[in-house]
Design a protein around this ligand. Structure first.
Ligand code: ZN
Ligand code: ZN
Length: 358
């Protein structure tokens, strides 16, 4: 099997460049295994260079995949890049347009001089990252299992009377105690009317009986993320809250059922959205249906009405419809799903139907 760097090098012609500079650290981790905070990679021609500064020499020796040549440490990465291109003739050199700053681009152009044409590349590594291999899938599966276990532990302590911030903190501690490096994003705990904010920050406000609470949380384990959302009732909730929960669950199930290799992201989004539209709540579901998850918690593909990208085996995506009623309540239900050749596997295991937690 060819390495990730082999597969990327094979794409350079299609990208229209002789060399590619990879500066995004997550992409560098994916290609080389390096987890430090300062590095750059150059691929193309006969080159496969890994450049870092003196702080990371030992770590690079331990982590960086053997097919990369580890350059002597440089005082700054720009000089390392200039040295790497030295001596070559005229070159078209690609850079990751989503990651290089305007200032970085200006300095790079100055250092590389006129014989180098810098070419903006939209997504070089990201399409490779979309297709998860077996090891990546087991890491994501383990992160999801850890996060689910942490939530079960926190819910067993009850919700009523605790503040949103307390619950969020307890959940983050529970994930760390179970081996997570960190939460994969800031945990959301949103009760009552606050649940109507899709990206609510936990407040110092006690959670009351009779409210819905939306909890959106994930763990990062060995670099890989999980992402899941559950909306639970604190004790008994009224019929209206039950109805909205049932609606979102129906939409979520429709989305899960529609998810398959060969479908476009827009089709899957539309299938789930249709359920919410038919119930008259279309305007209360403003965001896309989901997103890819891997080394980043939000990565390709986007499941939205505008995305004609085709789902394929190895995609790990979320399905997360929501209904947000301003000043009243909100419900979101999110599962993490692996797309396979012939079917899908839901990696989240915590029950999604309306649970009552005292
Ligand atoms: Zn989430
Ligand atoms: Zn998500």
């Amino acid at each position: 099997m060819s390495s990730r760097a082999d597969r990327l090098t094979a794409r350079l012609e299609e990208l229209g460049v002789d060399r590619l500079i990879v500066s995004d650290l997550v992409n560098i981790r994916y290609l080389t295994g390096f987890t430090g905070s300062s590095a750059v990679v150059v691929l193309g021609g006969e080159q496969r260079l890994f450049i870092t500064d003196s702080r990371y020499v030992t770590q690079a020796r331990e982590q960086v995949e053997a097919s990369f040549e580890r350059c002597p440490p440089v005082p700054d990465l720009l000089s390392g890049l200039a040295e790497a291109m030295d001596g070559a003739g005229a070159l078209r050199v690609g850079f990751e347009e989503a990651h290089l700053t305007v200032r970085g681009h200006r300095r790079l152009a100055e250092r590389l001089g006129e014989r180098v044409t810098l070419v903006a590349v939209e997504a070089a590594v990201e399409p490779l990252r979309r297709v998860k291999d077996g090891e990546e899938i087991s890491r994501i599966r383990a992160a999801a299992a850890l996060a689910d276990d942490a939530l079960a532990g926190v819910l067993a302590e009850g919700l009523a009377g605790r503040t949103e911030r307390d619950v969020a903190l307890a959940l983050e501690v529970a994930m760390r105690q179970r081996g997570a490096q960190r939460p994969s994003f800031d945990t959301i705990v949103a009760s009552g009317p606050h649940g109507a904010l899709p990206h609510a920050s936990p407040r110092d406000v006690p959670i009351e009986k009779g409210q819905l609470v939306t909890i959106d949380w994930g763990a990062e384990l060995d670099g890989y993320c999980s992402d899941c959302t559950r909306t639970v009732g604190v004790g008994a909730v009224d019929d209206h809250a039950r109805e909205i929960h049932a609606l979102v669950l129906a939409a979520e199930r429709a989305g899960l059922a529609a998810l398959a290799a060969g479908r476009t992201c827009a089709e899957v989004d539309a299938t789930a959205r249709e359920v919410i539209l038919a119930a008259g709540h279309g305007e209360h579901f403003g965001h896309g249906l989901g997103h890819g998850v891997g080394l980043d918690v939000h990565e390709a593909p986007r499941l939205s009405g505008r995305s004609e990208e085709i789902l394929g085996a190895g995609d790990v995506v979320t399905v997360e419809p929501g209904v947000y009623l301003p000043d009243r309540l909100g419900v979101r239900i999110e599962d993490l799903v692996l797309v396979g050749e012939t079917g899908t596997e839901v990696l989240s295991s915590h029950p999604a139907d309306l649970q009552s937690v005292e």
